[in-house]
Ligand binder design. Sequence first.
Ligand code: AMP
Ligand code: ZN
Length: 113
Amino acid sequence: MDCIFCKIANGEIPTEMIYEDDTKAVFKDLNPQAPVHLLVIPKEHISSNNEIDSENKQIVGEIFELIKNLAREMNFDKNGYRIVNNCGNDGGQTVKHLHYHVLAGRNLNWPPG
Ligand code: AMP
Ligand code: ZN
């Protein structure tokens, strides 16, 4: 499948990996929107939040726990951070492989545009 995040997950496209295990990968966003801008993905190809089901839903909890641990290790847990999942066209999703943006290192605006 021609999916850029599957290729990052299987090593076909090199990237600066922040964290990796059998089921998840974390790397830096190519076009950072904050001093810290990570992308957290399941290695399994799930196109979007619309494809979460009873078979694959466990990965979502694992990802959120991983983000908590990375925030502590990278020392932005206390100042805070934002986790974003864009879903579909109106959500602004450009890569059709489920991913969570983790933004930190500055005061983030709300509401989003
Ligand atoms: P979204 O708009 O939520 O689908 O986010 C896709 C994100 O992937 C964007 O923030 C892009 O900057 C980022 N991105 C696209 N290609 C790469 C890549 N090869 N390595 C790292 N980040 C990427
Ligand atoms: Zn994929």
